[in-house]
Design a protein around this ligand. Sequence first.
Ligand code: PLP
Length: 257
Amino acid sequence: MRPTVLCFSGLDPSGGAGLQADIEAIGLSGAHAAIACTALTIQNSQNVFSFDATSKDLLLAQANAVIDDLPINTVKSGMLGTTDNIAALAQFLDQHNDLKYVLDPVLVANSGGCLGDLPTLVEAFKVLIPRATVITPNTVELRALTSCEDLTDATQRIFELGAQAVLVKGGHEKLPADVIINRLYVAGELIYESEMPRIDGEFHGSGCSLASFIAGRLALNDSLEKAVELAEKWLHRALERADSPHVDGQKMPRRFT
Ligand code: PLP
């Protein structure tokens, strides 16, 4: 069987983000996706209305049912929703400390909707940071996690919090206006930088898709740098061809080519 990524992520009924993004991205990366569902959200391409988080016990029961059953070598987390779920994931990773782990520190939906209580999530994420093979924050998330406005300070701070590697995604920065610059740091050192033409519009599920594709490629034993490069190229194409479900809504990455 294909190497498997176990995703801790929430259901987005619009299909743009969350566990559907994870399943599609990981499948397209060549790996298999298994899911421990963290929350059922109520949202569409425009708004997040509310969510119900899975209980800690139910979340762990899902993960435990598949961990010895499938060839899982990588974990990816997206929306965790509650501090209980963050603690449950930390416990799971402690029990399986040979797993690679991609931490997408989801705090707020791209539409601006709330996916948990922000200050509590920021504090709770600190237990997961040292455990991650790579963390994939956008600059809004990086600033929130570190309480540093300046990006150089924020990057230094996340390594002080125990990070091993961080992919800082530049899509939320206003400048440069025509390109997006992503930077991959390992042990505090910049090891890879990419520059992609900026595609007009707001996207729903772009972060989930990128992190999951990276997780899929790590599961298939690519190096981190190679996994990031392949994921960026694939996502760029999915965003170029994105669907627009509603005139006021965000675009949805077209993950299948
Ligand atoms: N996970 C879930 C369940 C979501 O609903 C969202 C956003 O709506 C996200 C993750 C993060 O999405 P994005 O990739 O747009 O940051």
